[in-house]
Design a protein around this ligand. Sequence first.
Ligand code: C2E
Ligand code: MG
Ligand code: MG
Ligand code: MG
Length: 282
Amino acid sequence: RAKTDGRNRYRFFDSSLDAAARRRNLIEQELSLAVTQESLTVHFQPLVDAQSRQVVCAEALLRWNHPTLGAISPGEFIPIAEETGQIGAIGSWVLRQACKHAVNWPDHIRVAVNLSSRQFLSPGLLPLVEGALKQNGLPAHRLELEVTESLLMEKAIGVEQTLACLSRLGLRIALDDFGTGFSSLSYLRQYRFDKLKIDQSFISDLETNADSRAIVDAVIRLARDLRMSVAAEGVETRGQFDLLRQMGCGEIQGFLAGRPMPVDQFEEYLRQNSISVERLYA
Ligand code: C2E
Ligand code: MG
Ligand code: MG
Ligand code: MG
């Protein structure tokens, strides 16, 4: 640390650093209590077949409503949980919750669970997944695991083997946030995925940006040629939906079809949209 010459200036920087560090420590401490205090919940967001407008999948998304700090976004606490290793316990809990609920849904609806790199690389992953499926009686083909390119960038040994073992269980693997990482295309040659999820940054300006349109169109065709399914994330407008449907996109996910919802609300949504999602016809 710098000597205390010009003390005030340093104190200014120190205290703002302290504030960030304090919040981080607080989050870390509170997170370890959160699961048991039931302030962590899992919400579900529908993925809808773009042609039939049927709900085909739901993504499990963590929510944390802290008694005094309020809602803390997964974008803030997941990276902390990854660093500290708390993601192990939390991630296992999310997976079991997802399987437990999905088994009550119609057979054609899958559930998707996000896996952090650390979870993916842990030796306990396979028994965890097998256990969660078996204990809840969920057939493997109804589970999707979402991984990101950051995992593949780790170049850790065993990634390929773990992906293969998971596939052999019969579940699907989706590559999340596709297009935002580095050298995505080489990963497609190296690893076998069942689904590509096009990142929402390409979807948000689909109507106004011809380049985004060209990229999305190409990715959809690429996925089809490589026999992968394809989903678009963050679909918010009717115009985006229409373009994606015309391009032959398989599934859409976003506020247009439905927000992430607590499980009771999601199951009510399923009942109300059992044939197809009505608001997508408006
Ligand atoms: P993700 O897996 O890419 O999830 C999609 C994110 O987009 C979610 O943010 C979702 O709420 C948001 N979203 C969905 N539709 C729309 C839309 O139409 N417009 C906009 N603007 N946003 C939309 P969320 O829930 O804040 O989660 C952020 C990220 O945190 C996730 O990104 C995922 O990487 C991570 N995450 C969430 N839950 C878990 C979990 O259980 N385990 C792990 N490892 N990561 C998780
Ligand atoms: Mg995801
Ligand atoms: Mg994503
Ligand atoms: Mg994303």
